[in-house]
Ligand binder design. Structure first.
Ligand SMILES: CC(C)(COP(=O)(O)OP(=O)(O)OC[C@H]1O[C@@H](n2cnc3c(N)ncnc32)[C@H](O)[C@@H]1OP(=O)(O)O)[C@@H](O)C(=O)NCCC(=O)NCCS
Length: 223
């Protein structure tokens, strides 16, 4: 009689995947791979969410050059107020990217300082530029999604910001990006409002989620 192969226990597989998820600061030599991951993921996630020219104008090579510039700048900065983390798979291949930074002062762009309360758009809620930090970018390659990389990347940025005295993490996500919003809600994000988001002359709407950093990092320590 042939023995039925044992099916792996789903929870054990999940724990194993979470254990192998590894997040570390980005390095200059990651730039080419980051360009490829970013463009593949951007196109897969945002086609139909953003105008087509924003999808078509991106190439892995151009993106890699941008990552290389950013990584060089970061490496040359003492005590930076921003960070780049990558997630790698079990073969140490980069499969995810996160960028975070302390909130900019109110005069410097729209970022965290332009949040509008969803119910009263004429009354901006003004986050404290000293108390807030943001995840500005978060992308996990489609074939590697659902394995804990996104959560680990958010936690890495959260730890970076908490070490600099930040109390609240905010993340803006295209309002139309329902899957990513589902992810942010799943990891405890609270919707605090909406704000305009501009990319290459196209103005879109972002939903903004917030986390109390102490509470977010408490949930990490009990995982
Ligand atoms: C959004 C994204 C970063 C999430 O990363 P990920 O590695 O797939 O997510 P994780 O595996 O870490 O998921 C963490 C938890 O969220 C849940 N989750 C993931 N996607 C979800 C979704 N669409 N809806 C609801 N829950 C979701 C997971 O099931 C998991 O739950 P659990 O471990 O508590 O059971 C990733 O899917 C991605 O890169 N998407 C495309 C790009 C994008 O839209 N980025 C955001 C731009 S702001």
């Amino acid at each position: 009689m042939t023995e039925t192969p044992r099916r792996p226990d789903r929870e054990a597989v999940r724990v194993d995947l979470v254990k192998t998820a590894c997040v570390r600061p980005g390095r200059i030599e990651d730039a080419a791979r980051m360009g490829a991951v970013f463009v593949e993921t951007y196109r897969a996630a945002h086609r139909g969410q953003v105008p087509d020219d924003l999808i078509e104008c991106r190439t892995p090579e151009q993106s890699a050059r941008g990552w290389e510039r950013a990584l060089r700048e970061l490496a040359a900065t003492t005590d930076p107020d921003w960070c780049i983390y990558v997630a790698q798979d079990e073969r140490e291949q980069v499969v995810g990217i996160a960028v975070g930074r302390l909130a900019r002062p109110p005069h410097d762009g729209a970022d965290a300082n332009d949040v509008r309360d969803g119910r009263s758009p004429d009354h901006p809620t003004t986050p404290d530029p000293l108390g807030d930090g943001e995840v500005n970018l978060l992308y996990v390659q489609p074939a590697h999604q659902g394995r804990g990389h996104g959560r680990h990347l958010v936690h890495a940025v959260a730890r970076f910001l908490a070490a600099r005295g930040v109390q609240r993490l905010v993340i803006g996500v295209l309002a139309i990006n329902a899957p990513a919003r589902g992810f942010y809600e799943r990891i405890g994000g609270r919707l605090i409002g909406y704000r305009p988001y501009e990319e290459d002359g196209h103005v879109m709407e972002e939903a903004v989620y917030a986390w109390d950093l102490d509470r977010l990092l408490d949930t990490v320590s009990v995982q």
